[in-house]
Design a protein around this ligand. Structure first.
Ligand code: 5RP
Length: 254
């Protein structure tokens, strides 16, 4: 995880992995953070005058920070965020936010994923923001997915599929979801069910292995009570940008 470069820098060195390496160290150490590498690579595609969609999660946070830096360096962009959390971060780093209604034409949307299969289908929603994320991804000219290499899988499904449902008649919706072949658990926020930015619930559906991605996507979204599911089909994905801990970045185009 950690690569050290010898240099004459001094000071307190605080690594991402949350431990202090040394005080007054004669060495300068840096982490090769794979998520950050992917995020920073993607942000080079954000250009002056664009409207950008901002994702949610730890990888997207690196992208938002990098976009903020570009804004401070002088480019002008407008943004719509996929969650309240990302909106707050965007404000902190100086990105101009516009209401969703004004973001009709989104030039570029950069967001992370929980799993990416070999055909570039995704599972998203680990951060409970899948509904707004899917709206942004669907309505963007280019959707760039940023992940570290651990997210690349042969088949989707090891990561339980998040599904956003309305709270009304939750038990009935859970039963219908189970009929699609998964076990279900209601996402919790400590002791109470987590409520999304849209006032809904997240159900984590454990399929172990998803064979027919498109079919399952349709099946789940046909259940009354389901608002949206976390399967993102490859037809809305433009590029997958993968960061590796050795510092490499690979861009997988379709
Ligand atoms: C949020 C998401 C995130 O993009 C996904 O969970 C990946 O998160 P991270 O970048 O923290 O690994 O879909 O709803």
């Amino acid at each position: 995880y950690i690569f050290c470069i010898l240099s004459k820098s001094e000071g307190l060195i605080f690594l991402n992995h949350a431990f202090i390496l040394s005080i007054h160290s004669p060495y300068f150490c840096t982490t090769m953070n794979a998520k950050q590498l992917a995020a920073e690579h993607a942000v080079q595609f954000v250009k002056d005058g664009m409207t950008s969609g901002l994702g949610t999660g730890s990888t997207s946070a690196f992208a938002i920070e990098a976009i903020g830096k570009k804004v401070r360096d002088g480019i002008s962009i407008k943004a719509v965020a996929s969650s309240v959390r990302s909106e707050d971060l965007a404000k902190e780093v100086g990105i101009k936010l516009i209401p969703f209604a004004e973001g009709e034409s989104i030039d570029i949307y950069i967001d992370g994923a929980d799993e990416v299969d070999k055909n570039h289908n995704l599972i998203k929603g680990g951060g409970a923001a899948l509904l707004r994320e899917k709206i942004l991804a669907f309505n963007s000219k280019q959707f760039l997915v940023i992940v570290d290499s651990s997210k690349i899988v042969e088949h989707l499904g090891k990561f339980p599929l998040p599904v956003e449902i309305v709270p009304f008649a939750m038990e009935l919706t859970l039963k219908q979801l189970q009929k699609t072949g998964c076990s279900t658990s209601v996402r919790m926020n400590n002791t109470t069910p987590l409520i999304t930015d849209n006032g809904n619930l997240i159900i984590d559906c454990d399929f172990k292995k998803i064979e027919e991605v498109e079919q399952l996507h349709q099946l789940i979204n046909n259940i009354p009570g389901v608002v949206e599911n976390g399967l993102f089909l490859n037809k809305i994905v433009k590029k997958v940008i993968v960061g590796y801990e050795n510092g490499e970045v690979k861009v997988l185009d379709k």
